[in-house]
Design a protein around this ligand. Sequence first.
Ligand SMILES: [Zn+2]
Length: 122
Amino acid sequence: MSLVPPNRAWMKAPQASTEYLDGVISFLTFAQKKPGNDGWYCCPCVACRNVNGKKTLHEVSDHLIRLGIDETYTTWTFHGEPLPTSGIKKGIPSTSSSATPRMVDLVNDAHIDPESLDDCMD
Ligand SMILES: [Zn+2]
């Protein structure tokens, strides 16, 4: 996957590997830097997939190490990373003048309940 930045390679590494554990730490460190961080985080593990309510950093860490991270969550939009500004070709109609199609796309792609998404994005 050439679209995945090199620093996300750990997400596909074995969970018990040093590479994966280092990656979890780098992710948690990144999440803590999110502006407006209130100590509660969406959990990107394979079970929660960011929509299972907010967790403490300790709980997120526990999930990522025990359950594994959702490998498709390569842009950490729930944790302060801006949405990509290029590279997305979803066939958005050129007639769309709205400023929000990307988020709608994201929701549709992930089959996320918009209600819980709001909870995570505030
Ligand atoms: Zn989780």
